[in-house]
Structures are given as structure tokens and as C-alpha cells.
Design a protein around this ligand. Structure first.
Ligand code: SF4
Ligand code: SF4
Length: 112
């Protein structure tokens, strides 16, 4: 695991979040190469959206989300903790669609 203000590993997941810290900035969604992440509308969030892990099975464990999150709100398991996927063309295409959808999850429409 990386250093920082960690939340404990919940077990058997590649990536997890602390939604109390998330500011819905979209950065992690933008850097994920594998279409794992997206934003979802959330009326209880002051920013109107919240990070969502939509495709954990596609996570390749690159750590980009954790390294770029400014608010210590997303964490990636170590390679000892989890067996990550390999990057596929389908995952890359999904990521392109998420970016084109303004970083929203693909079942959410429009701008947050
Ligand atoms: S570790 Fe990499 S592949 Fe997994 S969610 Fe984070 S950015 Fe995406
Ligand atoms: S980079 Fe961090 S604060 Fe920004 S949307 Fe992702 S989890 Fe939330």
C-alpha cells in the first residue's frame, strides 16, 4: 500500500474509496487507463457527484488514481493483496467513452 491517510484495506477489492474525502474533482477518472472509475450524480454531495468504482474487475493496479487524488480519497491494493486484471482493448474503449461523457459513469448522462 502507498503511504498517506489510509483507510484500512476492506479486503478482496482492487480499489476502494473514502467518500468522506472525495471532492468530485474527476482527476482519478481522467487518469484511469482501464475504464474502472466514473462519477455518479449524488444529491447529498455538495458538488453534486461522487466517485464510483464501476468496473473493479478491470483494474490493472497501476496506482494512478491513488497517486493523483489530491484528497486521499481513493486507494489501490498492493499486488500482494489482489490479483489485478490486464489492460484490454475493451477497457481502453470504455475509458474513452467515460472521458467523452465528461467523466460521468456511462449510465449517467450529461454534465454533473
Ligand atoms: S489502479 Fe489504475 S486501473 Fe485501477 S482504478 Fe486506479 S487508475 Fe484505474
Ligand atoms: S481524484 Fe480523489 S477527490 Fe477527485 S474525484 Fe477522484 S477520489 Fe474524488
Amino acid at each position: 500500500m502507498a503511504s498517506g491517510a489510509m483507510t484500512p484495506y476492506p479486503g478482496n477489492v482492487p480499489v476502494w474509496t473514502n467518500t468522506n474525502n472525495c471532492k468530485a474533482c474527476d482527476i482519478c477518472v481522467s487518469v484511469c487507463p482501464s475504464g474502472v472509475l466514473g462519477m455518479r450524480y449524488d444529491s447529498t454531495s455538495t458538488l453534486g457527484a461522487m466517485i464510483s468504482i464501476d468496473h473493479p474487475e478491470a483494474c490493472i493496479g497501476c496506482n494512478e488514481c491513488e497517486l493523483t487524488c489530491p484528497d486521499f480519497a481513493i486507494y489501490v491494493a498492493s499486488k500482494a493483496e489482489y490479483k489485478f486484471a490486464k489492460l484490454t482493448d475493451d477497457a481502453k474503449e470504455r475509458q474513452a467513452q467515460i472521458v467523452a461523457n465528461n467523466y460521468m459513469s456511462l449510465d449517467q448522462q450529461g454534465v454533473k
